[in-house]
Design a protein around this ligand. Structure first.
Ligand SMILES: [Zn+2]
Ligand SMILES: [Zn+2]
Length: 369
């Protein structure tokens, strides 16, 4: 059944529903609306998507991953937007958003939104609940990543600009409404990198992996994946050519320079706060699999910073050796702190997993100039 301008106008006014446009052929296993194949919204699929991400992330980050996935779904609405334009209908972004969700809602998907605010750079929508807030009620937190991503994608599709959608209140958390505040933002890595440090994003959101082209980028910076045994392999090779002590010194120095350069790269993103710079580097290296930060302590008496790490890349790579092995990691920590705070420091590993300690512990002290 063909749909025309009058039909859309009637749908927008609420005088009509999509019922006449639904074609359900159970034997053929096809269900379409306006000639586009669609499907119901099985609750178990929604839960499965969230739980797939939750298996490797915490709940908060899993919701962000779902949101990213549904951004691409929202971008698909560009087709509907073009059709409306062809029909001579010029809707504002917020009117279009409400229409998209009305059509989806009548198919058992999206939420029936009401507009709270419709500005040029800010749109606020709310609904009593969404399907994900019902399915994931037991998470007891704002869970509507599907709608957040979907809204962001729709707004990007019709405005060509980047939008950031925040769920202020959520039915799954016990609030009266799921309320979404959407702001048009300048796409900025600074903003994204800071979200990683705050634990609101994981670096997986910003990895662009093109395996068939042999390329990986992390926040616009080319990166490579390496096998972890490169640490034993390189160190063994250095030891053979120059002896153990000089090899450790070379590793320390090389990774210190790398840590410093890495911080310089963050500074180019516009990040200037020293604490943010060092937190960012620790968080990024941790999320890249180099180590996990157990704790950081400060001893005022000796002016010493102590950093405790679990599973450093070197201790894992070397295994049990009876001595300290984390010279690269020590250098990296020193480089990060020197680069971030503009001071000169010395990092020393005082406990090591490879030596039989529970964790690797490093002291950072000022280097007398
Ligand atoms: Zn919600
Ligand atoms: Zn160690």
């Amino acid at each position: 059944m063909k749909i025309g301008r009058e039909d859309f106008e009637a749908l927008i006014k609420g005088e009509k529903t999509i019922a006449p446009y639904i074609e359900l052929d159970c034997l053929a296993g096809s269900y379409s609306v306006f000639g586009v194949r669609t499907a119901g919204n099985p609750n178990y699929l929604i839960r499965a998507i969230y739980e797939m991400y939750e298996a490797n992330l915490n709940k908060k980050l899993a919701i962000k991953a779902v949101r990213k996935l549904f951004r691409s779904v929202g971008q698909g609405s560009v087709g509907l937007n073009n059709l409306l334009k062809k029909l001579g209908m010029d809707l504002t972004p917020s009117e279009f958003l409400v229409l998209v969700f009305r059509l989806q809602h009548q198919q058992g998907w999206g939420a029936p939104f009401e507009l709270v605010e419709a500005g040029e750079k800010r749109i606020v929508l709310r609904t009593k609940h969404t399907f994900e807030s019902e399915v994931l009620k037991d998470w007891n937190m704002p869970v509507c990543g599907i709608h957040q991503g979907w809204i962001e994608g729709v707004l990007k599709a019709v405005t060509g600009k980047t939008w950031f959608c925040l769920e202020k209140t959520c039915h799954a958390k016990g609030d009266e409404y799921c309320e979404f505040v959407c702001d048009q933002v300048e796409p900025s890595w600074k903003f994204k990198a800071e979200a990683v440090v705050k634990g609101e994003s994981a670096i997986t959101e910003f990895i662009e992996h093109k395996p068939l082209e042999g390329k990986i980028q992390l926040i616009d910076e080319p990166v490579v994946m390496m096998p972890r045994f490169i640490f034993t392999s390189m160190t063994t090779s250095l030891k053979k050519t120059m002896g153990e002590a000089p090899a450790s010194g070379v590793n320390y120095r090389a990774y210190m320079d790398m840590g410093k350069e890495n911080v310089e790269h963050y500074k180019k993103m516009g990040i200037t706060n020293p604490r943010t710079l060092s937190d960012m580097a620790f968080t990024f290296y941790s999320q890249m699999g180099w180590f996990n930060v157990i704790k950081e302590e400060w001893d005022e008496g000796t002016k010493t910073k102590m950093i405790t790490l679990s599973h450093t890349v070197e201790s894992e790579s070397f295994g049990s050796t009876g001595k300290n092995v984390c010279f690269c990691t020590a250098g990296l920590l020193a480089g990060i702190i020197e680069g971030s705070f503009g001071i000169r420091v010395q990092a020393k590993e005082i406990k090591c997993k490879s030596k039989g300690d529970e964790h690797c512990v490093f002291t950072i002290t000022n280097k007398p100039s």
